[in-house]
Design a protein. Structure first.
Length: 252
């Protein structure tokens, strides 16, 4: 509501946005002209912002963004609700494909499902949010091993490589080979390695700095998600990942 707005606070935000888009610093007179305010008003705003560290001045007297904004930005990125950003994207994707989709993050030596969008069909095989799954034989787990773990060989030696089905790769060397394949393809496949009759695929999700922080994937029956659909589905998942990553602040 307009009656509760503070005009000078609005001008301060506009001033920060203008400075952020300008290289080399902005002189006070240019700020006043750009914002359409008296120079004395611009001076008061800039001095207030400098007092709290949101602005700084370079050697030429031009105003630049201050160090406090860097700290504020980092904290904002840390507090981004990835579940909230992913939820509508996953729901739209599941509606479009007819398959259950999920978002997972590394949690110790497991992958934690933090968000799940169920298939619109009556028969659903997806696990619930909060479920912890093994890394070595789940598609999201493989993605996290490939892109989010600094030293995969060392890390894999700490895992319990439990064989869930006859297809499970339960040796360190086999898991490491899978990691290399995932890196080359840009996606990971669970070929009935966790549950017979279930095929999964996943791709990495990036934060604003381009760092892989999660994995997005689908869980589906091998009868509906056939091998012929793997590459087309990988392409769709990468588009989903790109949308979530963009929501997180990633700019290509």
């Amino acid at each position: 509501m307009k009656e509760y707005r503070t005009p000078n606070l609005t001008k301060a935000c506009q001033l920060l946005n203008h400075i952020s888009d300008t290289r080399g610093g902005c002189p006070l007179k240019d700020l006043a002209i750009q914002l359409g305010i008296p120079r004395t008003t611009a001076l008061r705003i800039t001095q207030t912002l400098m007092d709290v560290g949101y602005l700084a001045q370079n050697e030429d007297g031009g105003f630049t963004l201050g160090p406090a904004l860097v700290q504020l930005g980092v904290k904002a990125l840390d507090n981004l609700d990835i579940r909230g950003f992913a939820r509508p994207v996953l729901r739209a994707f599941s509606t479009d494909t007819g398959e259950s989709s999920h978002l997972a993050m590394l949690n110790g030596t497991k992958a934690l499902l933090v968000e799940v969008a169920d298939s619109p069909h009556p028969i659903r095989i997806a696990a619930r949010p909060g479920t912890l799954v093994d890394l070595h034989c789940s598609s999201t787990g493989k993605v996290l091993l490939a892109f989010s773990v600094p030293e995969p060989r060392k890390f894999c030696k700490t895992l319990e490589l439990t064989p869930h089905t006859k297809n499970t790769h339960a040796s360190v060397e086999a898991v490491l080979a899978g990691i290399e394949e995932t890196r080359k393809k840009g996606f990971a496949i669970d070929e009935e390695e966790y549950v017979l009759g279930v095929r999964c695929i996943a791709v990495p999700v990036m934060n604003a700095f381009g760092k892989p922080i999660a994995a997005v994937g689908i869980t589906a029956s091998t009868s509906t998600f056939t091998k012929a659909k793997i590459n087309p589905m990988a392409k769709k998942l990468k588009a989903v990942s790109a949308e979530i990553s963009a929501n997180m602040g990633l700019s290509h």
